[in-house]
Ligand binder design. Structure first.
Ligand code: NDP
Length: 330
């Protein structure tokens, strides 16, 4: 039985190109669980892996797609049986290993998490790596003392994948949310997710001479990094924490240590790739109960395998709003 996969090939001159190919199951890499993929999604890393590889893809031909949700077809691992609904994020799936832009995938059982009953495979990919990373960020901020009583929480890159899900979760569990966006046309969308204060990107994406400004934010989920993160450090309330998630605005951090020394600010690193299993199970369980799924629907942009090369370029330019859900069987 053959099936469709989106395969990236590299030519002799090092140029990559992506196309749908019909392949057979013996082409899939080794693994102890075979999954019939239903949905995948588009993350920033997928944009890189669909194009140049961004230094992450080691071997070609390659199937990108850093996450997927589907139904187990065959399993040699006692934890999973045919018919189980599963989700996979992280573990360098879609980077070093062949990923989810395929109607079938073969993976290591350790990478899988069983989906909670209240989350469909489509919803799981509307959440995707971006959404579970947003939940990891909320969990980390709370573990460092954040509660809704502390004051407003800033979300940067608010109209993107991490930012949209973070905003919806935070507002749903009682936080006042301020969202930074560079797209004024996203204001209505962000308000519908529960963002009560919109901060224009140009008001906050440059460093200033003063290392400390007024104490404004009780917490921050930062998907942007760079000068914006440096500026936000100086605007945090005493003892507050920032979850550092992404680098959409740059990998540098042109900051001083003054906010750490004089205000006891914490900068929390958030990694979603190598998170322990128990932590993933907790995050999916909290997503089931704390993410407003009606709001998740409004974030979804539906796509097919054939749309991926263009969507990969769009996400690298910061032009994707919310969460793209790829129906690999459409
Ligand atoms: P998206 O592209 O969906 O969102 C990023 C958002 O950042 C954009 O929508 C835009 O928001 C804003 N943005 C884009 N370019 C700039 C810029 N030059 N300056 C300021 N803001 C900008 O990506 P994701 O939400 O999926 O991912 C966000 C980041 O998090 C990425 O860097 C990604 O690699 C990282 N990430 C990290 C993970 C981890 O494990 N640590 C896991 C998942 C993602 P707006 O239009 O509202 O301004």
């Amino acid at each position: 039985m053959s099936f469709n996969s989106l395969i990236v090939r590299k030519d002799d001159e090092g140029k990559t190109s992506a196309a749908i190919e019909n392949i057979t199951i013996d082409r899939l890499p080794e693994g102890n669980v075979t999954v019939a993929v239903e949905y995948s999604t588009v993350n920033y890393k997928d944009g890189l892996c669909l194009g140049s590889g961004g230094g992450m893809v080691r071997n070609y031909p390659h199937i990108p797609g850093i996450d997927m949700a589907g139904v187990v077809e065959a399993s040699d691992d006692p934890r999973y049986k045919a018919g189980d609904r599963v989700v996979l994020t992280g573990w360098r799936y879609g980077e070093v290993h062949w990923g989810g832009y395929s109607q079938k995938t073969r993976v290591n059982a350790d990478w899988l998490v069983g989906l909670p009953d209240g989350i469909s495979t489509k919803q799981a990919m509307a959440v995707g790596t971006a959404g579970i990373t947003a939940m990891f960020s909320v969990m980390s901020l709370e573990a460092h003392g954040l509660t809704p009583d502390n004051g407003p929480v800033l979300v940067t890159g608010a109209a993107g994948g991490v930012g949209s899900v973070a905003s919806a979760i935070l507002s749903n569990i009682g936080y006042e949310v301020a969202g930074v966006t560079g797209r004024p046309e996203s204001e209505a969308y962000l308000k519908s997710l529960g963002v009560s204060q919109i901060v224009a990107r140009e008001d906050i994406n440059e460093t200033v001479k003063r290392p400390l400004e007024s104490e404004t934010w009780a917490g921050c989920i930062d998907a942007v990094g760079g000068a914006m993160l440096a500026r936000v450090l100086g605007q945090m309330k005493y003892g507050a924490s920032i979850a550092s998630v992404g680098l959409a605005g740059g990998a540098g951090l042109p900051a001083t240590v003054i906010p750490f020394l004089l205000r006891g600010i914490n900068l929390l690193g958030i990694d979603s790739v190598l998170r322990p299993y128990d932590n993933r199970v907790e995050a999916w369980s909290r997503i089931e109960s704390e993410l407003p799924f009606d709001k998740l629907e409004s974030m979804i942009v539906n796509a097919k395998l054939e749309d991926l090369p263009k969507l990969g370029k769009d996400i690298l330019k910061g032009q994707v709003q919310g969460r793209v859900v790829v129906d690999v069987n459409a």
